[in-house]
Design a protein around this ligand. Structure first.
Ligand SMILES: Nc1ncnc2c1ncn2[C@@H]1O[C@H](COP(=O)(O)OP(=O)(O)O)[C@@H](O)[C@H]1O
Ligand SMILES: [Mg+2]
Length: 380
């Protein structure tokens, strides 16, 4: 696997700013790069003998061409239903889906076949044919499309090189690792030079290391091929790794949407906070254990101070300014900061000797929120 991960395709290129680079094609109208998507008041109700279930309601969302959009939500939130309206594996019961400004609602079968060639899709369980080799799996959409053999050979070789699987062309899926299977899935999704790639929990069956290598490959493909990627996941770590923008779905509704740094730095909805919980660090247990809510002047004690950063306004922890404002011996107990697109968010936990609770204004402007969590007996 190491050799596969370590080819130059999977290696991340330096990137100063997230978000789509927008190289205009010669003569292309500005803002009209292919691969943009719009949902307008999209709703989906499943009706069966058992009754009806409203899986999506009032979804309004614009996804610019070349972006990497993440859609996150708990199981059953409607993620798959939403993503499948893009290639019309599901037909919305309300509203419209526009691709490059065109309403796909009225497309007939021929138009849908053509549309689906512009939209690749990869899945959690790879959906490979076990009786066909890697080459056979990747070539299949081209064979179905009736391309001449020579063109098929050329294109399959290209996409297998792109995903780092040139040496696996004659291997059957059962002999591949999960990561290699997903690379085959990606190669197959790319054979028709799509404008949009849909990823439905594409890394959910993979271990963390393989997940990272697949996400790096997707990021690289997005940059090289200027492909719009719409990715659904239930893991915030996947969003953090690859997406420009995140949309949170809860019970079929969009409850939050924004640049990843903003949503991570200052989540507004309870569902978002619950999804972010696995990335958060709690108060260290040894501190939590000893914490007293009130100061006791008779004791030699430290105030435990939490300074929080949301990523807004370019505010970053200025350690010297914090130390000067506290004006007493202090120690950094824990730092749980992250930096996304140049925005720092997270929390610093500080122990400060003799810090007086009636002076919290001393720290004004040094963090987005400052709280004295309590007091512990000083052990230094
Ligand atoms: N074909 C279907 N028929 C009936 N109900 C469905 C169908 N597909 C999905 N659902 C229901 O719609 C809701 C959303 O499902 P889904 O879009 O698969 O969510 P997610 O991908 O976020 O887990 C769930 O309650 C699910 O049971
Ligand atoms: Mg799903």
């Amino acid at each position: 696997m190491a050799a596969v991960i370590d080819n130059d395709i999977a290696r991340p290129a330096p990137r100063t700013e997230r978000g789509p680079a927008v190289p205009q094609e010669q003569g292309a109208e500005p803002g009209h790069r292919p691969g943009s998507l719009a949902f307008q008041a999209v709703g989906k109700t499943y009706t069966s003998a058992a009754g009806s279930l409203q899986a999506l309601q009032g979804i309004n969302l614009d996804i610019p061409a070349g972006a990497i959009y993440g859609i996150i939500g708990r199981s059953g939130a409607g993620k798959s239903s939403l993503i499948r309206t893009i290639n019309r594996l599901e037909k919305p019961t309300d509203g419209r889906v526009l691709i490059d400004g065109q309403d796909i609602g009225g497309y007939d079968e021929d138009a849908l076949v053509a549309l689906r060639r512009r939209i690749g899709m990869i899945f959690q369980h790879f959906n490979l044919l076990s009786a066909k080799t890697v080459w056979g799996n990747v070539a299949l959409p081209l064979i179905v499309a009736g391309l001449p053999r020579r063109q098929i050979e050329e294109r399959v070789a290209e996409v297998l090189a792109l995903v780092g699987l040139e040496d696996k062309r004659n291997v059957y899926p059962s002999r591949l690792s999960g990561g290699q299977k997903q690379r085959v899935g990606i190669a197959r999704a790319l054979v028709h030079h799509p404008e949009i790639l849909l990823c439905d929990e594409a890394t959910s069956a993979l271990d963390p290391e393989t997940t990272l290598s697949i996400l790096q490959l997707l990021k690289d493909i997005n940059r090289r091929l200027n492909l719009t990627i719409v990715l659904i996941t239930h893991e915030m770590s996947v969003i953090r790794e690859i997406c420009d923008h995140v949309v949170v779905l809860e019970q079929g509704r969009m409850v939050e949407s924004g640049p990843v740094w903003r949503v991570f730095g200052n989540p507004q909805h309870a569902a978002t906070r619950a999804l972010l919980q696995p990335l958060h660090r709690d108060l260290p247990e040894d501190i939590a254990h000893r914490l007293r809510p009130q100061s006791d002047p008779a004791r030699k004690e430290d105030a435990i101070i939490a300074l929080s950063y949301t990523g807004e306004d370019g505010l970053e922890p200025d350690i010297a300014a914090i130390a000067a404002a506290i004006g007493a011996p202090m120690r950094l107990l824990q730092s749980a900061l992250d930096r996304i697109d140049g925005h720092v968010h997270g929390q610093l936990l500080i122990a400060a000797r003799r810090f007086e609770i009636h002076q919290p204004s001393q720290l004004d402007g040094l963090a987005h929120d400052t709280r004295i969590l309590g007091y512990v007996d000083s052990d230094v």
